[in-house]
Write a protein of this length. Sequence first.
Lengths: 258, 112
Amino acid sequence: MAMSADPDRPEESRLEESQYGESRHDERRYEEEDERLGCGRLLADVWEAWDTGRSAEDPHFAPCPFCSAALADLTGLDDAVRRTCEQEPGTPDTTAITARVMDLVRLELRPGRPLPLGEPGEDHWMVESAVARILRSAVDSLPGVRAGSCRIAPLDPADPTGDLHVRVEVAASVGRPLRDLADAVRARVAEVADRDIGIRLAAIDVLVVDILDTVDTLDVFYEGGGHRVYGDGDGEDGTVTGGHANGRADGHGTGATR
Amino acid sequence: MIADTRRDRVAGAAAEAAQGVPGVAFLRPGVADLLRNRITERTPRRASLTANRTPGVRVGRDEGDGWHIDIRLVLRRGHRALDVTRAVRAAVVAVLPEEPVASLRITVTGIV
């Protein structure tokens, strides 16, 4: 189908799954994050408010850019579907309509949350998947490092225009101190974020989740055994965290770039 | 209808200006645009009623307020995202000297 050939289609989750097979715990957490709009409201709540006619009563919706955009998309979709039904002779083919709508919704929702570009008041944004793609590519250019999952979000969830927190997982060659490697990854991410994108970073966490050396042997091992050398547990505890330079365990502020 | 025509003119001018900025690969349609285009393909006779001529650009206006313009674009690799969005803003504002622009949101939705 034409939609699947869209060059704008994000490759994030496909790569993440194929390279690292993120734990179910992480997947569940990310899904929960994705359902929440930048303002903190849940997308489902916003849609429900619209369906039940409560959106006009809540003073939050009209001035909120995130809720307004979500509602604009929803009403546009609603109108278009209604027109399709009116134009179909006889009973509409609901399966075809549903499939078509879901293709489009997936395409729209996959890019992830918008992240602020430039200064807070500028109203310039870039979706997370596009930022992640550039950062992953930058990390891959370092010797002995392969980027895996890369998540970027505002450090303070209550301030969607604030400085950002990057969490990047990497596979690394052995033989190099992990702390040095994490510092190199952090420096590269900070450099590219400023030079090639224009986002403001507050913290960069680097998680070394796998090793790269003797790749051929390990590939065979992975295929045969179906599990990783590291991180075979619940994901969070099983990883080697090379990015927590000062030993703090809260995941924030451990790699401040400025 | 007059308001719609004016809105279309604003959207068209903004789209053309944005598209001309180096680093902009193309403007990206949203869900409603994509669906509209699909419907239009199936019902060519109604194309003029349903087609959005400026996918990737949404224009709205509040009472007594200026235009609210929302542009979604795909970035060409090798260009700094922020430089491109700032250039798009400057280009759009420049082609709408007579129009009150209350807000202009620019979002990079992808990279090619």
